[in-house]
Design a protein around this ligand. Structure first.
Ligand SMILES: Cc1ncc(COP(=O)(O)O)c(C=O)c1O
Length: 474
């Protein structure tokens, strides 16, 4: 999970080529009898290799410095799967998703998953919904955004109107992938500021920001910042009014990165998906509440025409051709097999039970946290099983960053960050409850939060205030 400073992209893993004089060597003195000391350059390839066991030990030992994924409450991404799923992933590690001809059954599993999702998201059979897997929601959002941009441009050109200043309307609480989309594909981001009362895009805010250059509106189910669902049906209705009154027909994309695998199971009465005619496309992360290890995402368009033909490429498939739309070419097939595994393994009832358990745990945690003196809830896990909480205004001798840092000493990774534009002065902590985070672990987290608070109440902030501590980014 990365977090974002307002107006900047998340710090990417871009690495600089350093001069060889900066190179130092890894001292490979493994605890084995009669092991010769060997030195391995850190930044240049060694002249000769290592025995497999030594290479494994070296890499394995270094990776021990990473956080414990199960205790990483910052991430929405799956950190636990059944052993059978791991076996399946292992069996498929060598399959390339793009080789549809060579691995037709992996392609078939992808087709089944798309159909299952289209159905769960209430696509009408007669509409011919179309979709595919991706590496995650970011790629899916890029593709959803591109389809919106292409279609808007076609409409403008057909009407003899200029098509050089596209904009995309969204809440300031969008995940960074939408800012990336706008920057990479030259679209003006129209981020509507949020308020403390509505820390997400409102119907009125969305409609007011649209004009004839708006390629679409993005509604989020639910917000990365606090897990709250945006009011998709209200936004859709406001866009209907905009069309009736001003003739602007603005399509809606739902970024259901997390909610796409939550709402269908535990909020069946919520109207947010293809049952709204204005919703043209939906993305979700299979590797979040789709309960698959990273990286797999999904995008479905409500009908084939929502996906402009120019964006579709044909690949060989069983002696014929198969239409594809993707930013990557090669991509692992294992995650798609694992997604199909979770769907057949759990069925509707299994998914419902697991997501309900996560929601119950999130609500239990939020109720308990609210009882620990200094905290006020920003969200309580009623939408996504995610809770955000802040310090009460009268707590001034320590900050949420202190709470986060001290929890780290107990092994927990609980991010602290600022809310988006409009309420940027509010700093919160967030816990993403996922399958595998048991009630027992929740109890242990609460125990450690109480310990941390006691220590901070007694001694105050151990670290002088520092602005960089607030730059934990989405
Ligand atoms: C609402 C939302 N959209 C998109 C993304 C990006 O998803 P991914 O990590 O699958 O690329 C996230 C990730 O947290 C998200 O919360």
């Amino acid at each position: 999970m990365t977090h974002r400073a307002a107006g900047t992209l998340a710090p990417m893993a871009l690495h600089e080529h350093l001069p060889s004089s900066d190179d130092d060597t890894l001292d490979l003195r493994l605890p084995r009898p009669a092991m010769a000391v060997q030195e391995v350059p850190r930044l240049r390839i060694a002249a000769t290799g290592l025995p497999a066991d030594d290479a494994y030990q070296l890499v394995h030992d270094e990776l021990m410095l990473d956080g414990n994924a199960r205790l990483n409450l910052a991430t929405f991404v799956t950190t636990w799967m059944e052993p059978q799923a791991r076996v399946l992933i292992d069996e498929c590690l060598d399959k390339n998703m793009v080789d549809k001809d060579e691995y037709p059954q992996t392609a078939e599993l992808e087709r089944r998953c798309v159909n299952i999702l289209a159905d769960l998201w209430h696509a009408k059979e007669s509409d011919g919904a179309t979709g595919c897997s991706t590496t995650g929601s970011s790629e899916a959002c890029m593709m959803g955004g591109l389809a919106l941009k292409w279609r808007w441009r076609e409409r403008r050109r057909a009407a003899g109107q200029p098509a050089d200043r596209p904009n995309l309307v969204m809440g300031a609480n969008v995940q960074v992938c939408w800012e990336k989309f706008c920057r990479y594909w030259d679209v003006e981001p129209r981020c509507v500021p949020v308020t403390a009362e509505h820390p997400y895009l409102t119907a009125a805010g969305a409609a007011a920001a649209c004009d004839e250059n708006t390629i679409g509106v993005v509604a989020i189910l639910g917000s990365t910042f606090d897990g709250s669902y945006e009011p998709v049906a209200e936004i859709s209705a406001a866009l209907d009014v905009l069309q009736a009154e001003h003739g602007l027909d603005v399509p809606l994309h739902v970024d259901a990165a997390s909610g796409g695998f939550v709402a269908p199971f535990v909020d069946p009465e919520l109207v947010w998906d293809f049952s709204l005619r204005r919703v043209q496309s939906i993305n979700a992360s299979g590797h979040k509440y789709g309960l698959v290890y990273p990286g797999v995402g999904w995008i479905v368009w409500r009908e084939r025409d929502a996906l402009p033909q120019e964006l579709v490429f044909e690949v060989d498939y069983l002696g014929g051709e198969m239409p594809t739309f993707a930013l990557n070419f090669s991509r692992p097939g294992a995650q798609v097999a694992a997604q199909y595994y979770t769907l057949v393994r759990l069925g509707f009832e299994g998914f419902r039970a697991l997501q309900q358990t996560s929601r119950d745990t999130a609500k239990f945690l939020s109720a308990q946290l609210a009882d620990i003196g200094p905290f006020t809830l920003v969200s309580d896990g009623s939408d996504l099983p995610v809770l955000a909480f802040r310090l009460k205004d009268d707590v001034t001798h320590y900050s949420v960053y202190d709470v986060s840092e001290l929890l780290r000493t107990h092994g927990w990774i609980v991010p602290a960050y600022r809310m988006p534009d409009g309420i940027h002065d509010m700093a919160v902590l967030r816990v993403c409850v996922r399958h595998g985070f048991s009630r027992d672990l929740a109890g242990l987290l609460l125990r450690d939060v109480r310990r941390v608070v006691e220590r901070l109440e007694e001694h105050g902030s151990p670290i002088p205030p520092d602005d960089s501590r607030s730059s934990f980014h989405h």
